[in-house]
Write a protein that binds this ligand. Structure first.
Ligand code: PGA
Length: 229
């Protein structure tokens, strides 16, 4: 199975997300059975996006971009895994932007992962070199079943820069993640993936797909990615 996972970040209002969905439908009419497409949306877009998705015949999975590290309680503004469980089947955790702008730690990410698994949501755990080993250690310490997770190697220097990691180096780091996790979990590459370079990552053994930010926002560009994969 090849994964194509979109991370919209803080882009697209509810109305814009529905226009995107309308456009992307034509690219997903006859999808390859080996390609799984997941769109990680802003919280505010998810319910209405789901409603429209139910009416269309396209095969698309919906995810969130983060989750509270706490259970239900006095945590103003937080969205729990239990709340998400009625809306999504995937959720990103530990994106470097969450770590740098919201001070999320590897410990928080382990707690988020645990909560998501408890509610049958597949965590997509983002990793980069400085905290890669620490993060995996925290997941083990929390007794998390790593076989239920997806991992994504996302070098900070490649995110949004137009300068992707070379597929060979990405393959090496992903090989290391596979060894450390000791599981057959899918491991993706993310960082300046485009319709032009996506295949060069997929061709590397152990890379099971791509996580895409910028190239997922425009449905025409994302449609090309679907076609090329
Ligand atoms: P990018 O973002 O594709 O714009 O580099 C990737 C990500 O942050 O997940």
């Amino acid at each position: 199975m090849t994964y194509l996972i979109a991370n919209w970040k803080s882009h697209h209002t509810n109305t814009q997300s529905l226009a995107w969905l309308n456009e992307i439908e034509k690219h997903l009419k006859n999808p390859s059975p080996n390609l799984k497409v997941v769109i990680c949306l802003p919280f505010t877009d998810i319910p209405e996006f789901n409603r429209h998705l139910n009416f269309s015949k396209i095969s698309l999975f919906v995810g969130a971009q983060t989750v509270s590290s706490h259970p239900a309680g006095k945590h103003t503004g937080d969205i729990t895994a239990e709340m998400l469980s009625e809306l999504v089947t995937y959720c990103l955790v530990g994106h470097s932007e969450r770590r740098s702008s919201f001070n999320e730690t590897s410990q928080d990410v382990a707690k988020q992962t645990s909560s998501l698994l408890k509610y049958n949501i597949t965590p997509i755990i983002c990793l980069d070199d400085p905290y890669l080993e620490e993060q995996i250690k925290k997941l083990y310490e929390a007794n998390i079943n790593l076989s239920g997770c997806i991992f994504a190697y996302e070098p900070v220097s490649a995110i949004g820069s137009g300068k992707p990691e070379s597929p060979e180096i990405a393959g090496k780091v992903i090989g290391k993640i596979a060894l450390l996790t000791n599981e057959d979990s899918p491991i993706l590459y993310g960082g300046s993936v485009s319709p032009e370079n996506a295949l060069s990552f997929i061709k590397i053994p152990k890379i099971s797909g791509v996580l895409v930010g910028t190239s997922s926002l425009d449905p025409t560009i994302f449609g090309k990615l679907i076609k090329n994969l």
